[in-house]
Design a protein around this ligand. Structure first.
Ligand SMILES: Cc1cc2nc3c(=O)[nH]c(=O)nc-3n(C[C@H](O)[C@H](O)[C@H](O)COP(=O)(O)OP(=O)(O)OC[C@H]3O[C@@H](n4cnc5c(N)ncnc54)[C@H](O)[C@@H]3O)c2cc1C
Length: 415
């Protein structure tokens, strides 16, 4: 039994709301629900508007580094999410061509002690479900509405009027846009066009662990690196499931996500990989294909009583496994900033933006550079040089290098 599996909600007693008009939260993904919870924990009332007919997450895995767990703890659901998580023992990077172990980062007691929380992997539905249950347990402070798509907004003197796609209007004290990477609110605040094609694409599958080759059932978040491609896998849900994500950069010409793809389509991209990992790649009967889109960092997330959060603010490639972690940290920071500004939303939002900009942008930029510099280097001499750089490194050197991202910011620790 893991020492982290302790269990239940950690709620503050509900108090009377500090705001009359609700804060409108656009989007009920991990970012939006976290924002509603963080605001509620500081006594602020909100209404979450979600476009889908029900709240939910796609059926795939997610990695949660110590900083993500600190944010979940601040939101009061850390112990609950830990109940379903798998506490993996190491992070590995393997040379996809030769099968050599290149990077091995132990995630043992030493690691958890240093960062104050473990590294674990979980099912997206489990983390989203815990946040949703948390929101539902505070009905005085959080209203949840489905089938409500935000279409635009208007800032009035001391409030915000949000237009919905069905022609309705919702009045609020402020607007937090957690409506994802294709945010309609961002269009108005930042106005940067979403790149249609980035060339980054991934094939995802969640397998029954019984179907996974024995020799790859590792208690690790494993990344196999090969030219222009990489493959990530880890166990899920008490070792019942196994998450597989295979990424390729190429000249892809369509931009959909979560589309059905056959092994015949996916496998040729990875034909330069060694037999061990190709055996795993041949296991799924089908994949889900995702064209990966991301944006460049910008420094204007806020306009008056409206601010962006999560992917709406910093849509990034998943290569640092930190997008959801950043969304949850944003939420905690937002709650603290609005609390400190005592409900002066314009001041609170600017303070939130100022505290979050550099950290979130650094993760966004790092995610891009990891691919070119480490994961996807060409076969041959460059690959051998990459392996030589990492060979024999001590765990402490890795921990030092990861300190900036895995350590929780002060506003999360003191929430
Ligand atoms: C392959 C892959 C692997 C990843 N792995 C990890 C990982 O291991 N660790 C990690 O931390 N992150 C990971 N991420 C990133 C992470 O999934 C995202 O950063 C995170 O889910 C963003 O949450 P969000 O709430 O900001 O946005 P979203 O999850 O996109 O949620 C937005 C919500 O808003 C709703 N919505 C959209 N538009 C509107 C509208 N106009 N009105 C009302 N509602 C609207 C949507 O229906 C949705 O519910 C990964 C991403 C990918 C693609």
């Amino acid at each position: 039994m893991s020492p982290w599996r302790t269990g239940s909600y950690n709620w503050v007693p509900v108090t009377k709301a500090r705001n009359d008009k609700p804060i409108i939260v656009a989007g009920g993904g991990i970012g939006g629900l976290s924002a509603a919870l963080a605001l509620a924990r500081k006594g602020f009332r909100s209404v979450v508007l979600e476009q889908a007919p029900q709240f939910g997450e796609i059926g795939a895995g997610i990695q949660l580094a110590p900083n993500a767990w600190h944010a979940l703890d601040a939101l009061g659901v850390g112990a609950l999410v830990k109940k379903e998580a798998v506490f993996i023992e190491r992070m590995l990077m393997m040379d996809g061509v030769t099968g050599e172990k290149v990077i091995d980062i132990p995630l043992d007691e030493r690691f958890a002690k240093r960062f104050g929380n473990p590294y674990a992997v979980t099912h997206r539905a489990d983390i989203h479900g815990s946040l949703l249950d948390g929101c539902k347990s505070l009905p005085e402070l959080i209203e949840l509405r489905t089938s409500t798509r935000v279409a635009g907004f208007e800032q009035l003197e001391s409030s915000v009027s949000v237009a919905t796609a069905d022609g309705g209007r919702v009045q609020g004290a402020a607007l937090v846009a957690a409506d994802g990477g294709r945010s309609v609110v961002r269009e108005r605040i930042v106005g940067d066009p979403l790149p249609l094609i980035t060339g980054h694409m991934c094939y995802r599958a969640v397998l029954d662990v019984k179907d996974v080759p024995d020799e790859l059932r590792w208690a690790a978040a494993t990344l196999w690196a090969g030219h222009n491609t990489h493959i990530v896998h880890y166990p899920l849900r008490g070792w019942k499931l196994f998450n597989l994500v295979a990424t390729v950069i190429g000249k892809h010409t369509s931009g959909g996500h979560n589309e059905l793809a056959t092994p015949e389509e996916a496998l040729p991209f990875f034909s330069h990989y060694c037999g061990q990992v190709m055996k795993l790649m041949r296991t799924p009967k089908e994949f889900r294909r995702w064209m990966l889109v991301h944006r460049e960092p910008v420094d204007n997330w806020t306009q008056g009583r409206v601010t962006l959060l999560g992917d709406a603010a910093h849509f990034m490639l998943q290569y640092m496994a930190q997008g959801a972690a950043m969304a949850m940290e944003d939420a905690v920071c937002l709650g603290a900033a609005v609390h400190e500004a005592d409900g002066d939303f314009e001041r609170g939002f600017l303070s939130y933006q100022q505290k979050r900009l550099v950290r979130a942008s650094r993760v966004q930029i790092s995610a891009n550079s990891l691919v070119g510099m480490i994961f996807h280097v060409p076969d041959g001499l460059e690959r051998e040089v990459r392996n030589d750089i990492y060979r024999g490194r001590t765990p402490e050197r890795y921990y030092d290098a990861l300190e900036w991202v895995f350590s929780a910011p002060d506003y999360v620790r003191s929430f």
